[in-house]
Design a protein around this ligand. Structure first.
Ligand SMILES: Nc1ncnc2c1ncn2[C@@H]1O[C@H](COP(=O)(O)OP(=O)(O)OP(=O)(O)O)[C@@H](O)[C@H]1O
Length: 235
């Protein structure tokens, strides 16, 4: 599904990615973890073609993505911070994205799942952070694509919405999709992810299953396993 070879990216003097090699063949949920600033979003944006790498290559479904854009139609993407014009109403935003994408969409059931009906005629500027995130989740999940990329999807969600999100992700997994997720909420990662990729200093420091991560670090929770990896103990 995704093959990344020797990927490098520098912003000014800041070498963020230092030769990432990664192959994701099987469907499932992969958590991309790492400390703040370790390059998770840069890696994700490189896959989306929103960051242009300095060196290396990325293929999706066996096709190199360089200078192409149509492949993005086969990705559902939830950005960490979505910036839409604040004076748009929720209903208008959803319609605009549907018109742009020109694909079948399932917005109605998602609006109902996240109880967004009372907000449809509200302007985006007037929404709380968590409500904005629910709208962004609707925009991401209303289309159907084989690759799903979620950058900090739990951000600002209340417990009920978090349960709905987990249900959605689990349904996508059952459809045989590849789902990449970044998160700093280790309990969420432990609940949803099959595999973990841990980025440290621009390189992949660990790539394996949740159980392998725990065994390698001799820890019983992902939270402690990740803390051990970050401190460089037991790895
Ligand atoms: N467009 C940019 N211009 C300059 N520097 C950037 C840019 N994008 C990212 N960086 C820098 O690259 C580094 C990695 O950032 P990135 O957002 O990929 O990290 P992250 O692992 O996703 O962090 P977080 O956990 O805080 O979301 C940071 O030092 C950041 O300041």
């Amino acid at each position: 599904m995704i093959k990344i070879e020797r990927l490098h990216k520098k912003f000014g003097k800041n070498q963020v990615l230092r030769g990432i090699d990664l192959e994701i063949e099987k469907p499932g949920i992969i958590a991309v973890l790492g400390p703040n600033g370790s390059g998770k979003t840069t890696l994700i944006k490189s896959i989306l073609g929103m960051v242009i790498p300095d060196k290396g290559s990325i293929s999706i479904q066996e096709s190199l993505i360089k200078k192409k854009w149509r492949y993005r139609e086969r990705i559902q993407y939830l950005p960490q911070i979505a910036n839409f014009p604040g004076n748009l109403r929720v209903r208008e935003l959803i319609k605009m994205i549907k018109d742009l994408r020109q694909q079948e969409s399932d917005d109605k059931s998602l609006i109902s799942l996240f109880e967004l009906e009372p907000f449809l005629d509200k302007k985006l500027t007037t929404l709380s952070g968590g409500t904005k995130q629910k709208v962004n989740i609707v925009l991401t999940f209303m289309f159907n694509a084989p690759l799903v990329i979620l950058d900090e999807p739990t951000s600002g969600l209340d417990p009920l919405s978090l349960i709905s999100l987990k249900k959605l992700i689990s349904n996508e997994r059952k459809k045989g999709k590849t789902i990449l997720i970044t998160s700093h909420i280790m309990q969420f990662v432990e609940e949803v992810a099959d595999n973990v990729i841990y980025l440290l200093e621009g390189a992949i420091h660990f790539n394996g299953t949740i159980d392998e991560l725990k065994n390698r670090t001799n820890q019983t929770s992902v939270e402690h396993a990740v803390a051990a990896i970050t401190k460089g103990t037991n790895v």
